[in-house]
Design a protein around this ligand. Structure first.
Ligand code: F6R
Length: 608
């Protein structure tokens, strides 16, 4: 995780770097630092804690210079302290780094024997030492390449050198790195939102590439020194999209952006006869789709929950066996996939290390690969031959919301496409689903209208120590997602269960102190869920029921009711999760936790 930024141009670097770090703070926020070249020497400021601590240091000791680098940290090696905050310096070299160097202990030992001294416990610091050692009769780029040949691991790296006040050198392996191409100025960052205020023309660095960045241009080469020509791509995200826009938190804004995010994800993809969808970057022909034996979905966290919904959708609509696997498990268990399978990797960021590794493992096994992703040209879609982009826009809140609903919308469209190509989805059913999809953004608006009632319930339960979430069928992954949202931003322990599993163990937890959130919408599981609620009530559990329309049977069982708009069963997960996102948000906001940057988390998990 961690976020890195860099600037070379004619403006003062430090405000631009601080602005970039503020937009990357979601990647890590336990310490931060800047290094700026003033034309003669490099000055470094670092501070433990959030970016505001570094801002205070800069207010009393401003930095001058038009070339610099910055870092916001999510600790891996060494405690989150000022000493371990980046940048790290040795000799003439200053570095910031995102990633993990696996052989750092060995290298540190060798360097110590040669008389080097270290001032932090980080793996990163060895890079400054290695590069400085190589800086004899070679260019800075060559010194960086030579040093990197000695390390094993992952990195996005930016390097400043006292000898040059007009340049940075950056390099990438596995961790994300984007170059922002401006006029008379150029930038680098771990993610696009840090660049948007300055440019929308970006170049994505590939693994084992290095670039020299000056105000006049960028020169990219591979580790063998061969120059690489790559034109910038224009991203359609605007700077406004990365602002809070009057909301108290990014998460709140992103929950409310879901009607727009869904409309954008569906736009241009639903055929005018409402019987099929067009997915331009999913290029498998009907003949190839018919040959598929199986779908395997790999993802982590919230994206994995979307994958669990995807299993229900594709098995029901395309009649094909689907397995949904956690990417971190898939990659280590000799998976069985081959040329007649389709592996679908789901990732908001497109940079999650475990999902990327699972994709690479699957690629080696010769399977078909599709990425469902929110970030254009990020590593996961680049590693897959097919892509289905969600158009949620930048998601900054660490807890994923709009990315999740748009991933499910993408999975509904994929299920439709597969079902049509395989000849198992009748015209009328396809039309029914496409009609419902067209109405989805409006229905989500209606779901959001219940926010005040949900906030009142959230206040009532804000001091609960534990929560259970239960549901059945296609809504079971939504119970898991509701529980994850609550625990990650409010730190309240929460578990999701299929309602039918309660009596096989978890029912032992129920007493008068246990709130149970139940999805009891009017679908074919309704009666069964009601029986489960009766079992909970008989043990004094406090039930908060999501229901399509409050009826007497639910009123008798539940203490609190959250009404949700009705839709077809396939789209229910996208509607029901809105209420659970709002419930988690308001519990956390009422308790005063850091909603957008919860403790111990970071948005883009680019380490294993
Ligand atoms: C939870 C959350 C995480 C991510 C997970 C995968 O709110 O955001 O669980 O879903 O880290 O991230 P992506 O989708 O970027 O691969």
């Amino acid at each position: 995780m961690c976020g890195i930024v860099g600037y070379v141009g004619t403006q003062q670097a430090s405000p631009i770097l601080m602005d970039g770090l503020a937009r990357l703070e979601y990647r890590g926020y336990d310490s931060a630092g800047l290094a700026v070249h003033d034309g003669k020497q490099i000055h470094i400021h670092r501070a433990a804690g959030k970016l505001s601590a570094l801002r205070a240091v800069l207010a009393s000791e401003p930095m001058n210079g038009t070339c610099g680098i910055g870092h916001t940290r999510w600790a891996t090696h060494g405690a989150p302290s000022e000493q371990n905050a980046h940048p790290h310096a040795w000799g003439k070299v200053v570095v910031v780094h995102n990633g993990i160097l696996e052989n750092h202990a060995q290298l540190r030992e060798q360097l110590l024997k040669q008389g080097h001294k270290f001032s932090s416990q980080t793996d990163t610091e060895i890079l400054a030492h290695l590069i400085d050692d190589e800086l004899k009769d070679v260019t800075l780029e060559q010194a960086v390449t030579r040093a990197l040949k000695k390390v094993n691991g992952t990195y996005a790296l930016a390097v400043l050198c006292t000898d040059f006040s007009d340049r940075l050198v950056v390099a990438k392996n596995a961790s994300p790195l984007v170059l922002g191409i401006g006029e008379g100025e150029n930038l680098i960052a771990s993610d696009i939102p840090a660049l948007l205020a300055y440019t929308r023309d970006v170049i994505f660095m590939e693994d084992e590439e290095l670039a020299l960045i000056t105000a006049q241009g960028v020169k990219i080469e591979n580790f063998s020194g061969e120059q690489i020509e790559r034109s910038p791509k224009r991203v359609n995200w605007t700077p406004m999209m990365a602002e809070k826009g009057g909301h108290k938190h990014f998460m709140h804004k992103e929950i409310h952006e879901q009607p727009r995010a869904l409309a954008d994800t569906l736009a241009g993809r639903l055929n005018s006869d409402h019987r099929d969808v067009t997915l331009d970057l999913f290029k498998m022909s009907d003949t190839d789709i018919k040959k598929l034996n199986r779908i395997l979905i790999v993802a982590c966290g919230t994206s994995w929950h979307a994958g669990l919904v995807g299993k229900f959708l594709m098995e029901a609509l395309a009649r094909i066996p689907v397995e949904t696997d956690l990417a971190s498990e898939f990659r280590y268990r000799k998976p069985l996939v081959g040329k007649d399978d389709l592996v679908v990797a789901i990732s908001q960021s497109g940079e999650t290390a475990d999902t990327l590794a699972a994709v690479r493992e699957a690629k080696d096994l010769g399977t078909n690969l599709l990425a469902i992703c929110n970030v254009l040209d990020s590593s996961i879609p680049r590693a897959c031959e097919h892509a289905l982009y969600t158009h949620a826009g930048p998601e900054i809140g660490v807890a994923s919301t709009k990315a999740f609903t748009t991933q499910i919308a993408a999975l509904v469209m994929l299920a439709l496409r597969l079902g049509r190509a395989r000849g198992v989805l009748q015209d009328a059913t396809a039309q029914h689903i496409v009609d419902a999809l067209s109405a989805l953004p409006e229905i989500i608006e209606k779901a959001l209208e219940h926010e005040d009632a949900i906030a009142r319930i959230a206040r009532t339960f804000s001091s609960a120590r534990d929560f259970l979430y239960v549901a059945r069928g296609i809504n079971y992954p939504i119970a898991l997602e509701g529980a994850l949202k609550l625990k990650e931003i409010s730190y309240i322990h929460a578990e999701g269960y299929p309602a039918g599993e309660l009596k096989h163990g978890p029912i032992a937890l129920i007493d008068e102190h246990m709130p149970v959130v139940a999805i009891a919408t009017k679908n074919k599981s309704y009666d069964k869920v009601l029986s489960n609620l009766a079992e909970i009530k008989a043990r004094d559990g406090k039930i908060i029921a999501l229901c399509s329309e409050p009826d007497d049977r639910i009123r008798e069982l539940a203490q609190f009711i959250i009404q949700v708009p009705t839709t077809i069963i396939e789209l229910e997960p996208m509607i029901n999760v809105i209420a659970l996102q709002l419930l988690a948000y308001h519990v956390a906001d009422f308790n005063g936790t850091d909603v957008d940057q919860p403790r111990n988390l970071a948005k883009s998990v680019t380490v294993e």
